[in-house]
Design a protein around this ligand. Structure first.
Ligand SMILES: [Zn+2]
Ligand SMILES: [Zn+2]
Length: 154
């Protein structure tokens, strides 16, 4: 599974491969060292049961929007298809455009859900089974405050 850790200092997103399971990472923006504790389930992409950054066991699942990837595919498809259109190959042009939209849909399906840590907002993506419930504002309020007190933000 792929993890996007949030730096407790500056909120930078730090991508980590869970199979490599490094002991610690250094934030590329503020140079803060972040120790990491990996549970066997997270390492093996089995489940998200404990957050490697903050140790918290509380997560929620949300739709994973990555408009950048989708847009790139459609823009690329539109550019290629415009080229064919220019040379009078309308059918090929429409075909490519439809293909790009289709690829976009497939990508959307693949990136369907992401698990997020309530406390430190670290994101988890992988083939593991999604067990976390949907986002709950009250839980988020309580756990975020607890975490921010712990890392000395409040
Ligand atoms: Zn940082
Ligand atoms: Zn966390």
């Amino acid at each position: 599974m792929q993890i996007l850790a949030r730096c407790p200092e500056c909120d930078a997103g730090l991508p980590i491969g869970a199979s490599e399971a490094p002991d610690r990472i250094t934030c590329g923006r503020c140079r803060r060292e972040i120790p990491l504790a990996w549970s066997p389930a997270v390492r093996s992409d089995g489940a998200v049961d404990a957050c490697p950054v903050c140790d918290g066991p509380d997560f929620y699942t949300r739709k994973d929007f990555d408009p950048k990837i989708g847009l790139t595919v459609v823009v690329f498809g539109a550019a290629v298809s415009a080229g064919f259109y220019w040379f009078g190959r309308d059918l090929v042009a429409y075909g490519i455009l439809a293909g790009a939209v289709l690829i976009d849909l497939i990508i959307y399906q693949m990136l369907k859900e992401v698990t997020v840590c309530y406390r430190c907002h670290t994101e988890f993506r992988g083939a593991y089974r999604r067990t976390a419930p949907a986002f709950d504002l009250h839980t988020a309020d309580v756990l975020e405050q607890e975490y921010e007190r712990r890392i000395g933000r409040r």
